[in-house]
Ligand binder design. Sequence first.
Ligand code: PEP
Ligand code: MG
Length: 591
Amino acid sequence: MSADSPSVVSTELRFAGIPASPGVVSGRLAIFSHEELRVRPTTIQESQIPEELHRLEAALLRTREQIQGIQDHLAKSLGEGKSDIFEAHLLVAADSTIAGAVRRQLELRKVCVEHVYQHVIHAYAQSMRDMEDPYLRERAADILDVGRRVVYNLLGRKLADLYSLDVPSIILSHDLTPSDTALLNRQLALGFATEVGSTTSHTAIMARSLNIPAVVGLHAVLAQCESGAPVILDGYAGLLIVHPTEQTRYEYGQIEKRRLAVEQSLEILRDTPATTKDGRRLVLSANVELPEDLPLIAESGAEGIGLYRTEFLFLNRVHFPTEEEQTNIYQQVVQASRPHLAIIRTLDLGGDKLPTHQGLDPEANPFLGWRAIRYCLEKPDLFKTQLRAICRSNPGGKVRVMFPMIATREELVAALGLLGEAREELKAADIPSATEVEAGAMIEVPSAALIVDRLAPLVQFFSIGTNDLTQYTLAADRTNERVASLYQPTHPAVLGLIRRVVEAAHAHGIWVGVCGEMAGDIYMAPILLGLGVDEMSMGSVAIPRVKKAIQSLHYGECQALAERMLSMDTEEESRKALIEVAQRSYPELVT
Ligand code: PEP
Ligand code: MG
């Protein structure tokens, strides 16, 4: 069924999108939009001006209280420093230049204060946008954000706000950026649905690690829904059901019961190894985006962290984190991984992970642009700060670091050179740091996969980023739902590249993992196993299911399957073969 043609069963409406994070949840809808309210100029009398100014004072006070509340919440959940954007917002809400301009305009134009305030804010934001200094240009967004909040308060309206939900809700929005998602209140955001997006966008990846159901790609649904409506969000089938009937609720209750029973049955596997029936042992490790996810590592049975995405520390803030702050967080990451190791990936900004305040101007093709290692190599100070902090995360011990988006050998050589400099600097300054550093390259650009034999001698491991490798191999933007059908991780070309990387790694005596979303998908376990990867890193929630899948498989059979799949003509054939293996080998996991 298409999202544009909802079927009506009594009052129930069903919208179909792309399932992005599994699970079913029911609750009230909270519609989140960046939409501006347009306030018309209502004429006032001169004598009303004091009253209007008084209303403005009250709205500013309320705004400051709200921002303070958000700050407190974020400081508690994300740590101090992460909420410094809201520090900047507080300054805007207390800005006397804006207040003075509003007063003058009120006296001059004699129209309602909400209109005057909106007008002043827009003019002020425009003057910021015209500034030379990229930092000041970025302030325009803060000014507009605060302005919107003040206008809502003046009108006595409630701004549906991601960060300050007051009841458990299912969020519906046109889009959610990874930065928005990082700020979600986990206790109150039960799930989310968006009009755009795809399964390997970082927003969807985060939903899976937050373990909340998500559906993306629900075209044109916003106009047909209202905030507060009761809904069921089905992250398995990719459905948003508005005003569900009693019958629908009952059916979903049954699904939930079955899911819980399977989950409970997997708990006993936590301390068992991921070994196939014929003895092939794999390492299953966890992908982590936010420090709050660290407690989940031990619970999931992960053998350490295979991908710590450091860029989330750099989003939603005015100033990048200092070396001390990063050291502190990486130490927590290393600590949470014990007795295993953590692979800390260097900054992968760009693509869909854009910081708000660091002057990364919008690009025509952000995934092909100034991203990840390209950005870091042009900012050696920033990069070395991070590398030093990583080396300091385990004084006297071993750390693992890896570089994202390597496309050329020169990039890898340059990154390793800066890593060497960072280590030397720490030694010279007598700062306690790791005695052993293992460096790895992410293989996620086809050019790297094709020269992998020339990269292998430089590193201690490879980690294949299948999310990007798929998008670059098939030239299909991973965040664009319009080309989602072309985004094929089991396309014979992608499988061929993975095989090539595994062979080169093993020929050079190094291990190779997969840390893209494929690794956490039970249908993909047989092919990754069969292609010979040594490690699979995934959102920790997925680990018990993937472990069960691996324990149910034969390595020998999976190798034969890989041979067959490598010579298949289409992705459709591969998909059918994988569904057949999953249904035969672990039917209880296949829903
Ligand atoms: C990948 O590309 O597969 C990967 C793991 O990195 P990210 O999803 O952060 O780009
Ligand atoms: Mg990647």
